[in-house]
Ligand binder design. Sequence first.
Ligand SMILES: [Zn+2]
Length: 488
Amino acid sequence: MTLAAGLRAKGSGLAVALASLALATAFAQTPMPGSGSVRLQPDWTSLEPEIMQQFQTVLRFDTRNPPGNEHLVADYLKGVFDKAGIPAQIFALDANRSNLVARLKGNGKKKPLLIMGHSDVVTVDEAKWKFPPFSATRDGGWVYARGTVDDKDNLAGGLMTMLLLKRFNVPLDRDVIFLSEAGEEGSSNFGMQFMVNQHYPEIEAEYCLAEGGGAIRIGGVAKYTTVETLEKIPRGIELVAHGISGHGSIPLKSNAIVHLAGAVAKVGQWRPEIRFNETTGTYFRGLAQIAAPENAKYYRDVLSTDPKLRAAADEWLFENEPLHSSMLRTSVSPNIFAGGYRSNVIPSEAKATLDVRALPDEDPIRFLEQVKKIVDDPAVDVHFTAQNVRPASAFDARLDSEPYKVLEAAAKRIYNTVTLPTMSTGATDMAPLRARGVQCFGIGAAIDMEDGPKGFGMHSDQERLLETELYRFVRYNYEVVVDLARAK
Ligand SMILES: [Zn+2]
């Protein structure tokens, strides 16, 4: 690139070289509200065609998992980064399931920032789609394709951020690492686990931005923006009832199925104690301030120290907002019940599996003891399954950290909303990073609260994203990364 022009951002002393006059039109000097300083900003409107083209390109690769074929995305990105002069490398446990890492070097003053998106998507039932699921058709202001909100928005956002940082030659205090990871939808042994276990130095960072948040629009207006700062830890518990086998014509008191049924019923009706952490406490308090009064009451009451108010709110949430109910506690859901093989044989064993989603600070041994006490039947063994658990997150993302403050400020500026931290009830690819001490923040494009129930949400029959929200998210992504990484 030849340097044709140099612009100086007042206040920062930051010189930015431009490759051509054409690129200069993609810049505008925009005062940043609240900062008092002036900073160079891409001209977002003129970038829209390029953003859309990149988004559609990654959406059109059929990376439904299984089988994945994430190499289609990785190979494409490699070409884009090579052309842009950004060093990029492919890592694969299986040649068809490759990951890509690109890195922009900083001056090393701070530890790197990792931005990531997963390149696989969940499977589709093509008959349910108005437009083919890998067509990325634009219609009525929406883009339709599997992956539009999970998670090729983050992929496109990260890609554009890297390209713009390079194009505008933004000086960096820290490396910015981009990761396109395979297998997030149920086969992270090819993706995140492989990268963390075998290529950790390539992605080692102080902070990470991944999926799991975004602005929530109600009636077409952004009401609040969520950032995922924490996640629950999945564990399995098995209940195994033992009895005496025999002929079905002679019922036995020790019948294993009867004992197991009793145990599952008790566990199913049990509501483990409510416990808040920094993230969930802040979330419910924030929600109480912005929700409609009839709902706000329950968010406030569940935080109350009055046990009656709290129990009533807990009951209401369990019935009406089960996601919120799960955020309050270590949850237990009996999901497999197995026993018996002939109608005239009393089996000697019956088994149930409980899906336990533990609060990050839960003591597993203590919790297992609680389950045993609830079951209260010597004929039923209670133990953890050998299921391969994602590692516990030893390090939560802090709400008083620099990234959280930067994310809050960006949401205020770009979406005009407050930011609420959330705890995911499911496990994510951030878990192995959090376990290594990386503070991870989940972000994403804005979605309409009404769109999920209409069947257009993540993992729904169809999936779509508003074009305007794609553009807005790329800007949010870029500005957050610039704030966290640019030389100061
Ligand atoms: Zn996802």
